[in-house]
Design a protein around this ligand. Structure first.
Ligand SMILES: O=C(O)CCC(=O)C(=O)O
Length: 272
């Protein structure tokens, strides 16, 4: 079955990001919303506040909760998100890497700085994609923005969001993220106004960013990170984000992420 059109697939490959309108039914949006509220009321040990104490709003994140929050599990396993990921990844098998909740409360000033996701992770490979779906309407000023084509231009230095520290790869070991905000017109920037039910999909190396949330609206988003066929374990000497304690003892370096923490959501498609 075809879940998205070829234009969407081409856009994902060319730009490293695309939008899928109306991916989730109103019932599924309500399920995600219920999951987020459950998550906020009962955060995991990975929960973190990603905004400064004096921020008039608040930016919070949590990771890896599909095992204990039924609503998240239902969306990961039963919605069409994994089918879309599979088509974007050319019919590859689809493994769940993790879920990620990202909530900006009204008035949040904290920006999400420009970054790539993969350098924070413990995986190598190219066949991957992430889905990010809001349950609140998102205006252009608060949406996730992407630097088109950046997924083809190599790995860039991951830094802490709030104080720009190199906590992962050693200082000087990688090129820095370009200063996109200082000269936005020189970069091709993609971003979409989104309604509940819409989702953006992007490659784990696509540089992306979001401003804060002006006004009275919350910006609650749920994200799923999908691994395709060539993604393998890349153990690190440091604490990755998210971190998987003890995984180094269970999956050898360079081996597929074949482990109960990373369930297979779709087998590879067999071509007719
Ligand atoms: O929600 C945000 O502001 C940032 C999202 C993000 O960086 C991500 O989903 O990887």
């Amino acid at each position: 079955m075809q879940f998205i059109d070829q234009v969407t697939i081409d856009e994902f490959h060319e730009n490293g990001a695309t939008v899928v309108r109306g991916l989730f039914t109103p019932e599924e949006v309500a399920t995600i919303e219920a999951g987020i509220e459950k998550n906020l009321a009962d955060p995991s040990p990975m929960f973190k506040v990603a905004s400064q104490p004096d921020d008039p709003g608040r930016f919070v994140e949590d990771f890896c909760n599909w095992n204990r929050i039924d609503e998240y599990r239902a969306i990961a396993f039963e919605s069409q998100a994994a089918d879309v990921a599979q088509q974007l990844m050319g019919g590859s098998s689809v493994r769940l890497f993790h879920d990620h909740m990202l909530v900006k409360e009204p008035g949040t000033k904290q920006e999400t700085p420009w970054h790539q996701d993969q350098p924070y992770y413990n995986v190598d490979g190219n066949l991957n994609c992430s889905m990010w779906a809001p349950v609140d309407p998102v205006v252009l000023e608060s949406t996730l923005e992407f630097n088109a084509g950046s997924h083809k231009r190599g790995w860039l230095m991951p830094r802490t969001f709030m104080d720009n520290q190199a906590k992962w790869f050693p200082e000087g070991s990688m090129s820095e993220i370009p200063q996109i905000e200082a000269d936005r017109d020189s970069f091709e920037i993609l971003g979409w106004e989104l309604q509940p039910g819409d989702a953006v999909f992007f490659h784990m190396l696509t540089t992306h960013h979001a401003y804060g949330v002006p006004g009275a609206n919350r910006r609650r988003a749920f994200s799923l990170r999908f691994l395709g066929e060539d993604m393998v374990h890349a153990p690190r000497d440091w604490v990755t984000s998210p971190n998987f304690d003890g995984l180094n003892l269970e999956i050898p370096q360079g081996a597929p992420m074949d482990h109960e923490l990373f369930p297979l959501l779709r087998p590879a498609m067999t071509l007719a």
